[in-house]
Design a protein around this ligand. Structure first.
Ligand SMILES: O=C(O)CCC(=O)C(=O)O
Length: 233
C-alpha cells in the first residue's frame, strides 16, 4: 500500500528517522498529559453529560490550546514542544513520501475518551475530508498511536483511493462532512481500512481523502497528530 496510490500508508515508530531522546520526551509528555487533572475533568464532564446542548469550546490556557466538546467532550488535545520536536525531525521523511516540500503546520497530543453510553458520532468521528489548511494544496497527517488501538478504541478509518477526488476548498467548508446517507456504503466499501494496531503504529494519510476515527466505545486512545502542509510560512 502506498501513499501515492492509496492515499495512506503504515509504518512503525522504530522505522522512522528519529532520535530516541526526542521520542522518550514525547512519551513522557503524553504520560503526564494522560494522567493530568484536565483529562480526569474531561472524563467527568463526558460522564455527566449534564446538558443536552452541544457546543465546541476552544480556549488558550497557559499557551496551550484546549479543544473540547461540552458536554460530549470526547477529545482533549494539547500542543506540546516535545511532540513538535518529533514532528520537525520527520519533515524530510514525509516530504519524500508526498513527493513535495512539506512543513510541520501543527502538532498535538490527543487523549480520546470513552463516553459512558453510546453517543452518536460527532466531528472527526464522522466521515469527512479535511479542507486544505490555509493556502495549502496538500495536507498530510501523521498519526502516532501511543496506546494499543483495537476496534473499541477508536481506530482511524480511511477509504483507500478517495484522495483522488477534489477536496473541499477551505477551512470550515460546508462539504467537509460526507452525507450520512452514504454511511452504509462507506462502511461496506472494500476500500475501507480500519487502522487497528499496537502502540507505535504510525499512519500517514492524505486527509483530503475520506476518513474518520476516535469513536472509543470501550477503551480510551492516546495518540499524536502531526499535520504537514505545503503552504508557505
Ligand atoms: O481521531 C481520529 O482518528 C481522526 C482524526 C481526524 O479525522 C482528523 O484529524 O482529521
Amino acid at each position: 500500500m502506498t501513499y501515492q496510490t492509496d492515499g495512506i500508508q503504515f509504518t512503525t515508530l522504530d522505522r522512522l528517522p528519529l532520535d530516541l531522546d526526542s521520542v522518550d520526551a514525547a512519551r513522557i509528555a503524553m504520560q503526564t498529559f494522560a494522567e493530568s487533572e484536565d483529562i480526569a475533568k474531561a472524563q467527568d464532564e463526558l460522564n455527566a453529560q449534564a446538558i443536552a446542548t452541544e457546543f465546541e469550546s476552544f480556549t488558550l490556557r497557559n499557551g496551550r490550546l484546549m479543544v473540547g466538546i461540552v458536554p460530549k467532550r470526547f477529545l482533549v488535545q494539547r500542543i506540546c514542544t516535545e511532540i513538535d520536536a518529533v514532528g520537525r525531525q520527520l519533515t524530510r521523511y514525509v516530504s519524500d513520501i508526498a513527493q513535495r516540500n512539506l512543513r510541520l503546520y501543527r502538532s498535538s497530543l490527543w487523549v480520546t475518551l470513552v463516553p459512558p453510553t453510546h453517543l452518536r458520532r460527532i466531528m472527526s468521528q464522522k466521515w469527512h475530508r479535511d479542507p486544505y489548511e490555509v493556502s495549502a494544496k496538500h495536507s498530510l497527517k501523521l498519526f502516532w498511536y501511543l496506546s494499543d488501538v483495537d476496534d473499541g478504541s477508536g481506530p482511524f478509518e480511511y477509504i483507500r483511493g478517495s484522495h483522488e477526488a477534489e477536496p473541499p476548498t477551505g477551512p470550515g467548508a460546508e462539504d467537509r462532512y460526507i452525507s450520512p446517507a452514504l454511511n452504509g456504503t462507506l462502511k461496506r466499501s472494500p476500500d475501507r481500512l480500519v487502522c487497528t494496531g499496537p502502540a507505535d503504529t504510525v499512519i500517514i494519510a492524505n486527509t483530503s481523502g475520506v476518513h474518520r476515527g476516535g469513536y472509543c466505545a470501550s477503551r480510551r486512545r492516546l495518540s499524536a497528530t502531526l499535520v504537514y502542509t505545503d503552504a508557505p510560512c
